[in-house]
Design a protein around this ligand. Sequence first.
Ligand SMILES: O=C(CO)[C@H](O)[C@H](O)COP(=O)(O)O
Length: 225
Amino acid sequence: MDEKKRVGEKAADFVEDGMVVGLGTGSTVYYTIMKLGQRVKEGLNIQGIPTSVQTEELAKKAGIPLANFKDIEQIDVAIDGADEVDTNLDLIKGGGGALLREKIIAKAAKKFIVVATPFKMVEKLGAFRLPVEVVPFGAELTEKHIRELGNDPILRLFEGKPYKTDNGNYIFDCDISHTLHTKELEEKLNMFPGVVENGLFINMSDIVISLDQEKNVVLIDRNHK
Ligand SMILES: O=C(CO)[C@H](O)[C@H](O)COP(=O)(O)O
């Protein structure tokens, strides 16, 4: 818990007055949101763009003013957690089911910062199953296509029924442990009409905040690796 708090809170240092901030989803970025809420109470002037209904509620409770897409010109920084981060700073996301909105916002942001405890840092992506968001219509057909790619899709369930994302879609959690070319897989999966998006975030993160072996907070910058 303390590790998540330390990396999560550090990300708030990147937020400056006047910024529009993409607010990610999950238990690590929770601490970023709480810290930003505290800074807002102290006078920081920002607007948040939440990546999920859960984060929207959290940000409101924390007192962070929220923006509408139609009223903003740009997203200055997006901050989010990850399920896995590899040595290229590529990610698997979507463990919390928010991958579509997270990807829309991360892609639009001028800077994308990831908060990840050491447990999330891996040599190669794929021990965590890749979430793939699929429209319910014809989901069985889409599942078949994903299976034919060799990714063993498993329908995510919640209380015995298909889990529904904030967008009303299903999630298939897929085995990509054998995959060497993640960028290719990201594109291939999205070519099936029933697939809305998948949780591979390739070449997207600018900075990853984690802890080193001595448990000091470290910033890993894509441009200074
Ligand atoms: O992608 C996500 C939600 O869709 C989260 O960022 C990811 O699951 C990490 O969450 P946590 O910080 O709780 O481990």
